[in-house]
Design a protein around this ligand. Sequence first.
Ligand code: NZQ
Ligand code: ZN
Length: 388
Amino acid sequence: MNDFIYHNPVKVYFGKDQLCHVGEELSKFGKRVLLTYGGGSIKKIGLYDKVKSEVKKSGLELFELSGIQPNPRIDSVRKGVQICKDKKIDVLLAVGGGSTLDATKYMAAGACVDFDPWDFFSKWAPIEKALPVITIPTLAATGSEMNGGGVISNPETKEKIGRGSEVLLPKVSFLDPTNTFTVNSYHTACGSVDIMSHIIEVYFTTEPDLHMLDTIMEGLMRTVIKYAPIALKEPDNYEARANLMWTSSWAINGFIDGGKKHEWSCHPMEHELSAIYDIIHGHGLALLTPRWLEYCLDENTVEKYYQFGTNVFDIDPNIDTMNVAKKSIEMLADFFFNTLGLEDTFSKVGIQEKDFSFMAKRACGGGTIKGFKPLGQKDIEEIFRMCL
Ligand code: NZQ
Ligand code: ZN
């Protein structure tokens, strides 16, 4: 295993009676707060009023930006940057799903430079400075509340890019599982797949693994497999929502990587699907992941599937290795498409073969994704075809 540094300074308040601390945390960064949110779910669930009242109680000045869409657009970022500059915002408070959190991180960084945000982020200039961000996630999926990453779309160029920087790590995040009770079945399912994928992208590598981290990843995956169906049946089951919420944060806050040098495979492929078709990220991952696993399975990789199948899905370890591997992929697909109820082919969600070569080329940047199995454009096109 490689040497590594683990440094995650995000302060987390977890639980249902923690919002009373939001004013005191915001106050540490100044007086002028920009509250950001999406299409209105936070109003429907009463969170907007609660947040506003806490902020006002602390004597802070509140500005607002609403309307951040799923697969957040660069236009929202531009609006937010303008408000930050015009109103001299001290701290941003993002309340919503990963899209709101991600867009807010981009605003926080965009406010510190004198370039158009798309030019700045898409030309890969280093992100060295950002205003402080505090988050209140309302959906268990992306882990944006505990990492320094974010993804943004530009509908004009049909691009979706991800950037990351330590300065984008939220200062504080308030994780209240009750805020996720109202997430509908579809987004609960997509969020659960996203969590699984963040783990699978790290778990399935050819690098030597740290047993301790593999065991933890298996526990995290088992947690999603156990609690996602409960959350679907009983949306206000606190234990289920709490388990999903905390698992989503730990799936992608740097901890499980443990120094592994690897590239993710399904995420770059999926970002092309959502860039062109605006589909929900977790759904794209559900379509791709079992087919990608099938594509990568061979005599050299089979052991990892055996470990996955026996430890995550309790497949009989006495069955021969290749059959355990195949069964593990079937069980994962069954979980995504039958238990979670997601449509199982590209055709059903409108993704067409005519775009495969373009999307595949962009997914691998015209070169190779050096993941579990190296994937060039032709490999990715083949995986896309397997999803049809
Ligand atoms: O916009 P509102 O009205 O808030 O409704 C949202 C949206 O329609 C709704 N929602 C959120 N919380 C709710 C709720 N509805 C009812 N009750 C609640 N409590 O759910 C819909 C989807 O929201 P969105 O924020 O788009 O979902 P998610 O959290 O899955 O975020 C997806 C975005 O994050 C990116 C994805 O690519 C995608 O753009 N990712 C970010 C990552 C990161 N920062 O580390 C990593 C991920 O791999 C991912 O790429
Ligand atoms: Zn993801």
